[in-house]
Design a protein around this ligand. Structure first.
Ligand code: FE
Ligand code: FE
Length: 198
């Protein structure tokens, strides 16, 4: 596992590639992910690294993200081609692997899936997904107060509320919705239903 020196090194490097606002957000996600990891008995260092790197491709311009994908045979779906900002997750996980030498699959998946989620996420994936939404710099989203509380009490409930709010929001803007977001939402609604019916 990563030593402390490596963590600081990654942090300084990430700081150079992000604008100040995105870096603040990144630090927020990093310590929120660490707190959630404490709560759910997940490796704290892994949560910090995943949080630190989740948006490492966010400030790469769209053309370059598309170029990186094409060069390295990373598949781009229609929604991603029309909304290249979505590619920062795939490109970020690629950069985590090749620039920061992250080999831990769970960390790479947490970066890869942090924009849409996916059905049956690992705890670490959920933690990064949720930390991205609730970190202290976030102020706009509805239900934040409730979601922040639920994140530390019922993680799947927090996840379901976030996904529902995102779907409602994107719908209200008439934005494209990555089908994975809806699939993830339906998976967790059903999962929670199953638990409630047991
Ligand atoms: Fe992101
Ligand atoms: Fe983020």
């Amino acid at each position: 596992m990563m030593k402390l020196a490596d963590f600081s090194k990654i942090r300084r490097s990430v700081e150079k590639t992000l604008d100040p606002k995105r870096y603040e957000h990144t630090l927020g996600v990093t310590y929120t992910a660490a707190a959630l990891a404490m709560c759910y008995d997940v490796d704290i260092r892994k949560a910090q690294i995943a949080g630190l790197l989740h948006d490492c491709a966010k400030c790469i311009d769209h053309q370059k993200k598309i170029h990186i994908c094409e060069k390295h045979n990373i598949e781009i779906n229609d929604i991603e081609r029309q909304n290249p900002f979505l590619l920062h997750a795939k490109v970020g996980s690629y950069i985590a692997m090749h620039k920061y030498n992250i080999v831990d699959e769970d960390i790479l998946h947490a970066i890869l899936n942090h924009t849409t989620g996916r059905p049956a996420m690992s705890l670490l994936e959920k933690i990064v997904y949720i930390a991205d939404y609730i970190e202290p710099c976030r102020r706009q989203a509805p239900n934040l107060k409730l979601i922040r509380k639920e994140a530390f009490t019922d993680i799947d409930k927090a996840l379901t509320i976030i996904l529902e709010d995102i779907l409602v929001y994107l719908d209200s803007l008439n934005s494209d919705i990555d089908p994975m977001t809806r699939q993830t939402y339906e998976y967790y609604v059903n999962k929670r239903q199953g638990v409630l019916n047991e």
